[in-house]
Design a protein around this ligand. Structure first.
Ligand SMILES: Nc1nc2c(ncn2[C@@H]2O[C@H](COP(=O)(O)OP(=O)(O)OP(=O)(O)O)[C@@H](O)[C@H]2O)c(=O)[nH]1
Ligand SMILES: [Mg+2]
Length: 386
């Protein structure tokens, strides 16, 4: 459920504000991932300090820096705030890893992640905490809900890129701006997340999926372009998004995803089968041998592709043992296919036009489902992972 926060001052909201005040007083941990942001550090600290004083906030700021060596450490020290510190990380680098590392080090019950480049208005934090206090599990600073905006000079490429990335995440979450790097959640919810394994930049998406958040609120923000320092969002980082999406899809739709990949491999097997059959026919082999050759090569290619992609978690297992298992299960599948096809043919379907083809298709589908179940739960079952 996506909720846009309205700031009506009716009783309910006043209660919520009271709750938010209590939550705010018990403390906020603001985590800021940084890589070469020395110029921006004093600026964001000034803005947070202003907010802190105006709203009487208890907070800590943790800059999670991937060893920038650009004066970031000195910039935090020079600012002289006892509530701000910088953690210099030298291993397991990356934006998402830095954020998660920061969350595990945080001392307060409310966790907030914000970019250092002043793209995100820290002034929206109280409203985000208010949303948490009213029962939301996760709150995003969003460019794409009404009232949200971006600076005007976004080129068409950047805009399309952002929208396509959002669209690809739609089956994972209905929120409008899951790509946002500005968000808030409770530490207790973070602590009960499934194991986190993000690649690239989309840490909010990782958390929404792995913490199973249903109630996600979006607070409209204006997203400003960075004024200082350089963007680290390279094409390489963007390509990691595809890898991340695949992982999240498998996590959320495990069985459906395995089956989908199994079907795609199965379809490729039909092509391999027919291609082999045709080549053998051209080379002058008899029909029966061509059929057998087609089946044999497709069984091998299906096995290799399923092992590499569909059931990639079992890649470490003994390949020969798996191959023998795969062939045994496939042969049973072929028998199922044949028996079902014969059965259907004998029923009233057999008398229909194209009855033979229909019977064969039902047989193939039955054989495939049988094969899938056998492979998923017997041959490539998860205990094969070391
Ligand atoms: N610790 C750490 N922080 C990073 C890394 N890459 C980027 N960041 C920080 O993550 C935040 C977002 O990075 P940006 O480069 O601004 O990426 P972006 O906001 O998606 O792209 P722009 O809109 O072009 O700025 C910034 O505060 C960066 O300093 C990284 O590898 N490690
Ligand atoms: Mg940025």
């Amino acid at each position: 459920m996506t909720v846009k926060m309205e700031m009506n001052l009716d009783t309910q909201v006043r209660d919520a504000q009271e709750l938010a005040r209590i939550q705010v007083q018990s403390g906020l941990s603001i985590i800021i991932p940084t890589y070469r942001e020395a110029e921006n550090i004093p600026l964001i600290l000034q803005r947070i300090d202003k907010l802190r004083q105006e709203q009487n906030l208890t907070l800590e700021v943790l800059f999670m820096d991937d060893d920038s060596r650009d004066g970031s450490v000195e910039a935090v020290e020079r600012a002289g705030f006892d509530w701000a510190r910088i953690v210099v990380r030298t291993s397991d680098r990356g934006l998402s890893q830095a954020v998660i590392d920061g969350f595990t080090r945080a001392q307060y019950p409310v966790l907030i992640c914000v970019d250092c480049d002043l793209s995100h208005p820290v002034e929206a934090i109280p409203q985000m905490v208010l949303a948490l206090a009213t029962g939301q599990q996760f709150v995003l600073g969003s460019r794409y809900v009404s009232g949200g905006s971006t600076d005007d000079d976004w080129g068409i490429f950047r805009y399309i890129n952002s929208r396509v990335a959002t669209l690809l995440a739609r089956p994972l979450t209905q929120v409008r701006d899951p790509m946002s790097g500005f968000f808030a959640l409770r530490r207790e919810d973070f602590n009960t997340s499934d194991p986190l394994n993000p690649v690239g930049y989309k840490v909010a998406l990782e958390l929404i999926v792995k913490c199973h958040f249903d109630n996600v609120a979006e607070v409209p923000i204006h997203f400003s372009d960075r004024q200082h320092g350089e963007s680290k969002l390279t094409l390489r980082e963007q390509l990691k998004y595809i890898k991340h999406l695949r992982r999240l899809y498998i996590h959320k739709f495990a069985n459906a995803m395995y089956f989908l990949q199994f079907l795609v491999v199965g379809a490729s097997g039909v092509v391999v089968n027919l291609a082999t059959l045709t080549l053998m026919l051209l080379a002058g082999f008899p029909n029966a041998a061509c059929l057998a050759g087609g089946i044999a090569t497709s069984v091998v290619s299906n096995f290799l592709l399923n092992r590499r992609f569909t059931f990639s978690y079992a890649r470490e297992g003994n390949i020969w043992k798996q191959f023998i298992g795969f062939v045994s299960v496939s042969s049973l599948g072929m028998a199922v296919n044949y028996a079902v096809a014969l059965g259907v043919l004998k029923s009233s379907v057999g008398a229909m036009p194209l009855g033979l083809h229909l019977s064969a298709l039902v047989g193939i589908a039955s054989g495939m489902i049988f094969n899938y179940i056998g492979n998923r739960y017997v041959i490539f079952r998860k205990t094969h992972i070391r």
